[in-house]
Design a binder for this molecule. Structure first.
Ligand code: PEP
Ligand code: MN
Length: 268
C-alpha cells in the first residue's frame, strides 16, 4: 500500500467517514452510458484507491438538446456494479421522484448537484423525500458563490433528520472563464468547514478544472487544506464520453494521481 494514502494523515474522524481506512475517493463516469461502459469502468477502478462508484443517471445540462442522462435504466446498471464489484454506489438526485427511484433500486449514496443546491424549494422537496434516511447524502456547493445557500441546503437536510451528510466543493461559475471551468474560491469552502465542522468536505477537481491537466494540482491543494476526500470523474474512453469529455480521465490516470498525492499531516 502506498504510504501517501494513509489514514493517519487524514482528518477522517467525521461521522460516516470514520469507517473508511483510506481517504475517501469517489470515482466513475460523469454519466452512465450503457451497462457495458459501467461494468468496464468498475472493472478498471482499483478498490485499494476508490471506494465509491459514481455515475449520473439524470443529468442537469446547461443547454437543451444535450444528453440528459439515460434515466432509471441506469439504476439497474449501478446495482450490477455493486453486486459484481462490491463498490458503494452513488448518483445525483434532483427531485423527489429521483429519490424514490434511487431508494427503490438500492443506490447507496446520493448527491445533490450544484444546480439544485441553489433552489431552496428543490432542496426542501429532496430533504422531505429522504426524511430519516441513514443513507449518505452529499451536497455540492451552489453554482453561485453563496456560502449561506450551501449551508442552508445542509440545514434543510439536517432538519429532516438526515444524519450522514457531506459537502462537495466543485467550484463556482464565473462569466469570464479563468483557467478553471468553475473557480474554486477556496475561501468559501474553508469558511464552510469552519462553520460546519461535523460535515466532511470532498473536493471535485473534475468540475473545478473542466480539463484533465489541472486535476492533480487541485486535488493536492484540497489535501493541503485537509479535505476528507475526492470525487474525480473517470471513464474508460474519456474522449468519447457523452458528457464532460474534456475533464474525464482514465482509471489508470486516476490511480497515478492518487499515488502521487501527498497528504498533509493534521496538526491535531
Ligand atoms: C456531475 O457531478 O456530473 C455534475 C453534474 O456536477 P455539478 O452539479 O457539480 O455540475
Ligand atoms: Mn460531470
Amino acid at each position: 500500500m502506498n504510504n501517501a494514502l494513509n489514514l493517519q494523515n487524514m482528518n477522517t474522524n467525521k461521522s460516516f467517514l470514520s469507517k473508511f481506512e483510506k481517504p475517501l475517493v469517489i470515482g466513475g463516469p460523469c454519466s452512465a452510458e450503457s451497462e457495458k461502459q459501467m461494468l468496464d469502468i468498475a472493472g478498471q477502478l482499483d478498490q485499494n484507491y476508490v471506494q465509491v462508484f459514481r455515475a449520473g443517471i439524470w443529468k442537469p445540462r446547461t443547454k437543451p438538446n444535450s444528453f440528459e442522462g439515460v434515466g432509471a435504466i441506469g439504476l439497474k446498471w449501478l446495482k450490477k456494479v455493486k453486486d459484481e464489484f462490491g463498490f458503494i454506489t452513488a448518483t445525483e438526485v434532483a427531485n423527489a421522484n429521483h429519490v424514490k427511484l434511487a431508494l427503490e433500486n438500492d443506490v447507496d449514496w446520493l448527491w445533490i448537484g450544484a444546480r439544485s443546491t441553489v433552489n431552496p424549494f428543490t432542496i426542501q422537496e429532496i430533504a422531505e423525500a429522504l426524511r430519516d434516511t441513514d443513507k449518505v447524502v452529499l451536497v455540492k456547493n451552489p453554482v453561485n458563490p453563496d456560502l449561506d445557500l450551501w449551508i442552508g441546503a445542509v440545514e434543510r437536510l439536517q432538519a429532516q433528520n438526515i444524519k450522514n451528510l457531506g459537502a462537495i466543493h466543485r467550484g463556482f461559475s464565473t462569466y469570464k472563464k479563468t483557467k478553471y471551468r468553475n473557480n474554486p474560491q477556496w475561501q468559501i469552502a474553508l469558511d464552510f468547514m469552519d462553520k460546519m465542522p461535523g460535515i466532511p468536505m470532498i473536493c471535485d477537481p473534475s468540475h473545478i478544472c473542466g480539463n484533465r491537466e489541472g486535476i492533480f494540482d487541485v486535488a493536492q491543494q484540497a489535501f493541503n487544506f485537509e479535505y476528507d476526500g475526492l470525487m474525480i470523474e473517470s471513464h474508460n474512453n474519456p474522449d468519447e464520453a457523452w458528457s464532460d469529455a474534456k475533464q474525464q480521465i482514465t482509471p489508470e490516470r486516476l490511480h497515478e494521481i492518487l499515488k502521487k498525492l501527498e497528504l498533509r499531516k493534521s496538526d491535531d
